[in-house]
Write a protein that binds this ligand. Structure first.
Ligand code: SF4
Length: 264
């Protein structure tokens, strides 16, 4: 178990305008992420040098985030909030601090829509809040590999535990999705079928994407021909296992708005 240094800061904003087209806002209760994924590009977008340069070792807690959010839910236009976009909202510190839980409760009670993305079954702790607000939420779990995941996500919960958590949420009638990616040429592209097979039978959908290079990352982006083949394989496996599949693209952004209907 690696030792994590926890620090705190005060912030002026809780909801930031999202760079992702499918979201209106992003909310990141923490800066830095204990899961230390080797493909993570979030350090490039983390506005705190200490967390960004010591990725996986330093976590910064936004200690007054809820105080600010309590005002913003009245002041800001309703919209969809991504929780989170540059950290995992259910990483271990959340078990103690509960800032994610309190934030989503507050947002949902003020009619914001919440889109959660995590690698942690800790999200099940908040099942009560999620069940009460089924129509306003969706929850996505990232899975990259069943065999080599430790090399990619050394401190994250095992992928099968993520899939079982997804299954539990889905059984409760909560909208879920599995993010299959990033798919890295020559690394996890041979494992796609096993991941898809593992979730077959669960009422969910898959969103997939290839690895994209950002400063400081050790993998290379795959070429167009490779991706064309991989995409074709994914679509065939999805057909074989009867699972709805979307590439993370403009189409998916459109489709997503259709599935996860806006409330406003
Ligand atoms: S869980 Fe997400 S934010 Fe955390 S290290 Fe992995 S990719 Fe980065």
């Amino acid at each position: 178990m690696i030792e994590i240094i926890v620090k705190s800061i005060r912030v002026k904003t809780a909801l930031s305008k999202s760079r992702l087209k499918e979201l209106d806002y992003s909310l990141n209760p923490y800066l830095g992420c204990a899961y230390s994924c080797t493909y993570c590009y979030a350090p490039n977008f983390t506005p705190n040098e200490e967390a960004s340069l010591n990725w996986g070792k330093v976590i910064i807690v936004k200690e007054n985030l809820l105080e600010i959010l309590r005002k913003e839910v009245f002041l800001k236009r309703k919209g969809t909030v991504g929780v989170s976009t540059i950290t995992d909202p259910y990483q271990p510190i959340e078990a103690l601090k509960k800032i994610t839980r309190e934030s989503i409760s507050l947002l949902l009670s003020h009619n914001f829509r919440v889109s959660i993305q995590t690698k942690s079954p800790l999200v099940l702790r908040d099942l009560d809040v999620l069940i009460q607000n089924k129509k306003k939420i969706d929850v996505g779990f990232t899975v990259t590999s069943l065999g080599r995941w430790k090399e990619l996500e050394p401190n994250a919960p095992p992928p099968k535990a993520r899939i079982r958590a997804l299954e539990r949420l889905s059984e409760e009638g909560i909208e879920t999705w599995l993010f299959l990616g990033p798919i890295i040429k020559g690394f996890n592209d041979h494992e796609i079928e096993s991941v898809i097979e593992e979730i077959s039978g669960i009422k969910t959908r898959i969103v997939f994407d290839k690895f994209r290079f950002y400063r400081g990352l050790k993998y290379k982006e795959g070429d167009t021909e490779w991706w064309k083949k991989v995409k074709e394989n994914i679509l065939n496996y999805c057909k074989k296992y009867n699972i709805e599949c979307h590439e993370e693209s403009e189409d998916w952004i459109y489709e997503r708005k259709r599935f996860f209907k806006p409330l406003f």
